[in-house]
Design a protein around this ligand. Sequence first.
Ligand code: URA
Length: 207
Amino acid sequence: MAELHIVEHPVIAERLTRIRAIESGTSEFRHALHDVARLMCFEVTRNLETEPCAVTTPLIETEGCRLKRSVVLVPILRAGVGMLHGFTEILTEAAVGYVGMYRDEETLEPHSYYCKMPPGIEDAEVILIDPMLATGNSSADAADQIKREGARRIRFACLIAAPEGVEAFHKRHPDIPVYTAALDEKLNERAYIVPGLGDAGDRYFGT
Ligand code: URA
């Protein structure tokens, strides 16, 4: 059963409102996106497996735990970079790989131009990151690529998803749980999410 998690939290909802607002400039957009990513990270990683390990406190040796597997974060270039920092602030040891995708504005088809994964991705927990799950085509293509690179445990974190995108993504990758801060209404004829936030890459990078 394909999983969709809508991460509900009052602070996330408040920051998301700032992110959506047309009057928010680059600085406010960046800071709010960073905050949301950091907050979402807790929910996205909630079911990571741990294993017991010994820890010595100033008083005694006792049992603690550590993450069972290493974590690899894979932002989809370029907008995914906007959520990377929030995740690395919590997952400080995580390795980072990149998938570069761009959308042909005529055909709306995604094209891949870059893929570089860190070693050990086969045994890692991989978090694919892209703020906008719109048609689902580019994120599904990116998931194909990281599976070809050997990734076996993948979850996908986005900021806003369109229902059409979730359906299309899960049709191709029913094994990958999707985490989003909002499930919006629909896509428009240019495949933008409505109400959405506009172009995430342009707004994050100030272009
Ligand atoms: N990519 C964006 O940046 N925004 C959308 O609404 C859809 C895809």
